[in-house]
Design a protein around this ligand. Structure first.
Ligand SMILES: Cc1ncc(COP(=O)(O)O)c(C=O)c1O
Length: 441
């Protein structure tokens, strides 16, 4: 069997034409995608097929925390590739053991073991599995304003539009989580929002029957859903309620972890300890696909004698592990997490607030570290979302001006690599300023 594509010889050097002919894209109507070619990058800059440079305020899918082509990570991968490219999960391996140690040490005291996955979705999938096995219960509570990945349980736990065409897993319940700018609880202060969100959470739990609920799964800072930094006391309150009912808490650090918020884990800024932590993206900035679940000792020990019914051919793949080790060591030695915090506090936060003073269609600016959302509205009085055509124009105009930004619904997400310099951050915000003026915002 098999067949030839005779026409391909004419487009063999044309990345866009080959893409159009043969690549099936994520989350898209295939006739409407027009990806442009990227051939290389360095630091916070990407280079396209024509050699044009773009300042990257996206970190691709908010995963390239360490920046592009970090020499240390490349070296780590090459060294491991020379030694041993692939190894099944059942063997011991130095890169794997070291990666697990370096990841687990960023979690609170009492978290020692890591189950490695290929990415974030299967990290959440396996955390959910562990919680269900541990408690003997079924339901998972998560937020409507969330994204947890594109696999069976992870997509059903997701709150955003991507869940609806994929809603085939059972046992998922959603709640409203704090979002003061568009408060679902008619709150006027963070304290009020927090108290009412907790009351709502407990009420849903009671109506569902707490003894049917295995875990609550929450992003430490909802990312794609809009960077809503939870108010002080929210996670602490959720933790108190979950303990009362013997329910586990899974914190999804897939996007917010490893420096993005100016902390190793975003949960470090709050005063609570979950039972399971999921991670991916920033652990090695996606140089090789990787993710995982960090187990609290209590949950891990439950599987000392009993089989954990989950596994993956590439769990702890040596190239991924070597890239985690190198990325973790470089991030530590080069102060990359501290850089993200400082740039956020000194440049990005104040810069975006300044834009808000001068652009009437900016309704809200929120975030921390290198994880920010600028929420665009048609008017600050009614807070109606700015129309899709203007949001698309912002996206296109920014790209034409050499700046890549993420646009989700009515929001511009400003999520550059953690290594971005002050000057680069200022330059990007200056471009955004011009783009907002040019698009009538
Ligand atoms: C918070 C969060 N969890 C999970 C995922 C899924 O990760 P992956 O796409 O690596 O499977 C994402 C991806 O964007 C995410 O942002």
């Amino acid at each position: 069997m098999g067949h030839d594509f005779p026409g391909d010889s004419t487009i063999w050097d044309d990345a866009s034409a080959l893409d159009k002919a043969h690549v099936f894209h994520s989350w898209s109507a295939q006739g409407k995608v027009h990806p442009f070619e990227i051939v290389s990058g360095h630091g916070s800059t990407l280079v396209d097929g024509q050699g044009r440079e773009y300042l990257d305020f996206t970190s691709q899918l908010v995963n390239v925390n360490i920046g592009y082509q970090h020499p240390r990570v490349i070296e780590g991968i090459v060294e491991q590739a020379r030694l041993m490219c692939t190894l099944g999960p059942g063997y011991a391996n130095l890169a794997r053991g070291r990666a697990a140690s370096l990841v687990a040490k960023r979690a609170p005291e009492g978290f020692s073991k890591v189950f490695f996955t290929n990415a974030g979705a299967d990290a959440n999938e396996n955390a959910i599995r562990a919680a269900r096995q541990f408690t003997g219960r079924d339901k998972i509570i998560s937020s409507y304003r969330s994204y947890h990945g594109n696999t069976g349980a992870a997509i059903a736990a997701t709150g955003d539009w991507r869940r609806k065409p994929n809603d085939y897993s059972r046992g998922h319940v959603h709640v409203m989580t704090p979002y003061l700018y568009r408060s679902p609880f008619f709150a006027e202060s963070e304290d009020e929002e927090c108290a009412r969100a907790l009351e709502h959470f407990e009420q849903v739990l009671r109506f569902e029957g707490p003894d049917t609920v295995a875990a609550v799964l929450l992003e430490s800072i909802p990312g794609t859903a809009g960077v809503m930094v939870p108010p002080d006391g929210y996670f602490e309150g959720v933790r108190e309620i979950t303990r009362k009912y013997g329910i586990l808490m899974i914190t999804d650090e897939v996007m917010a972890g490893f420096g993005r918020t100016g902390e190793w884990f975003a949960l470090d800024a709050f005063d609570y300890e979950p039972d399971l932590i999921t991670f991916a993206k920033g652990c090695n900035s996606g140089y090789v696909p990787a993710g995982g679940v960090i187990f609290s000792d209590e949950v891990a020990h439950a599987f000392d004698e009993r089989v954990f019914p989950g596994g993956l051919t590439y769990s702890g793949h040596p190239l991924a592990m070597a890239s985690i080790v190198a990325a973790q060591e470089a991030m530590e030695e080069e102060g990359i997490v501290a850089n993200a915090r400082r740039v956020g506090e000194k440049v990005i936060g104040p810069g975006l607030e300044d834009l808000k003073l001068r652009h009437r269609h900016i309704g809200d600016v929120r975030g921390k570290g290198v994880m920010w959302a600028v929420e665009m509205v048609s008017s600050r009085d009614d807070k109606h979302m700015l129309d899709a055509a203007t949001m698309a124009a912002i996206h296109t105009k920014a790209k034409e001006s050499g700046l890549l930004v993420d646009v989700h619904d009515n929001r511009i997400h400003v999520v550059p690599p953690c290594v971005i310099t002050d000057d680069e951050a200022k330059a990007g915000i200056a471009i955004l300023d011009e783009v907002l003026t040019a698009t009538g915002c």
